[in-house]
Design a protein around this ligand. Sequence first.
Ligand SMILES: CCCCCCCCCCC/C=C/C(=O)SCCNC(=O)CCNC(=O)[C@H](O)C(C)(C)COP(=O)(O)OP(=O)(O)OC[C@H]1O[C@@H](n2cnc3c(N)ncnc32)[C@H](O)[C@@H]1OP(=O)(O)O
Ligand SMILES: NC(=O)C1=CN([C@@H]2O[C@H](COP(=O)(O)OP(=O)(O)OC[C@H]3O[C@@H](n4cnc5c(N)ncnc54)[C@H](OP(=O)(O)O)[C@@H]3O)[C@@H](O)[C@H]2O)C=CC1
Length: 306
Amino acid sequence: MTAQSAPQAPSPFASHALAGKRVLVTGGGSGLGRALAGHLVAHGADVHLWGRREGMLREAAQEAAAGRPGSVHVATVDIRRSDQVDEAMGAIWAEHGPLTSVFNNAGANFIARTEDLSPRAFEAVTSTIMDGSYFTSTAAARRWIADGLPGSILSNLTTWVWTGSAFVVPAAMAKAAVHAMTMSLAAEWARHRIRVNAVAPGPIPTDYAWAMLNPTDKSSSGATQTDRIPAGRTGTVAELAHLVIFLLSDACAYLTGQTIAMDGGQMLAGPGTFAELAKLTDADWAEIRAQSKAASAVSAAQRAVG
Ligand SMILES: CCCCCCCCCCC/C=C/C(=O)SCCNC(=O)CCNC(=O)[C@H](O)C(C)(C)COP(=O)(O)OP(=O)(O)OC[C@H]1O[C@@H](n2cnc3c(N)ncnc32)[C@H](O)[C@@H]1OP(=O)(O)O
Ligand SMILES: NC(=O)C1=CN([C@@H]2O[C@H](COP(=O)(O)OP(=O)(O)OC[C@H]3O[C@@H](n4cnc5c(N)ncnc54)[C@H](OP(=O)(O)O)[C@@H]3O)[C@@H](O)[C@H]2O)C=CC1
């Protein structure tokens, strides 16, 4: 299969689609969170970026706020620490006003044989994804509920929540836990007008994810190979941004409890399917048809009825 080039995917949304929204993006100093921040600002949102590296957060804010100075704010927060999360959330409420939306995007991951992982390695990954998403979501929601305000929580998961994945077991487990949180809190908090959803992107190359998931020339796998994706390419930040903007907007106020995959068909083209036959030529298919029809004719000739 030849790799397809990504379409430009212009935004289908008006530039005010997120006007009045104040969105927290965890893990906003790098990768997807950093790139998404610019799209959120371009659609009218004010954005708060959290992460542990102050320099990167400041650079990211400058980049994202280029079109609207003052629209992006940063704070250094380790989301594994509930005390830090609560203090930083309180500071947003006090200094900027209530958030409208939380995007649980921060993540930690690396490929490793599970039998080699130390307890600290397991915890480094699971606490970032699971505890961090829980602490951040509840710190915002407690305030929304107390203030009688609506809110929207969105988490950045992966298709491993449905398939699992070998060699990234702590991340697959923790993302599945956040998937469960998404469904559970959607039902619990709908009466407070708090929506809880998630996205599950397929591969969208970012520097750190690829350093962690495909670090050597022997570590390439179906998870990161373009030719194993039916769409023939990886996803783009713009495509993810459009889904995120829609889910954070008021256009889908009745949509809650859902995890939406956007992976070019990757998850559905696993090794137990025939998806790899997309590489066959017309001649290959003609030969396949001839062979299977011949086998069918033999079997038909042996039938006693019909
Ligand atoms: C099946 C269908 C296919 C689907 C395909 C989907 C395609 C792509 C999907 C991508 C999904 C998700 C990707 C990502 O999340 S990528 C994000 C990557 N970004 C990050 O990880 C950013 C944050 N990362 C970090 O902070 C660090 O990398 C780390 C996770 C290691 C945590 O750092 P921290 O400073 O907290 O921890 P330490 O360095 O002190 O280490 C803690 C213990 O962990 C051990 N360790 C660290 N690295 C490794 C390693 N590479 N292998 C094994 N063990 C490791 C370390 O030794 C410490 O343990 P000990 O004290 O016991 O030694
Ligand atoms: N790239 C891809 O193909 C895919 C990515 N995803 C998900 O998208 C998200 C972003 O990944 P990506 O942009 O690729 O990778 P990055 O490594 O660039 O992003 C991860 C971010 O999380 C932050 N982070 C990690 N630990 C903490 C912590 N304890 N407290 C606060 N922030 C933290 C990091 O900043 P710092 O280290 O400064 O704290 C970093 O900015 C992840 O959840 C990932 O699982 C999902 C599917 C596919």
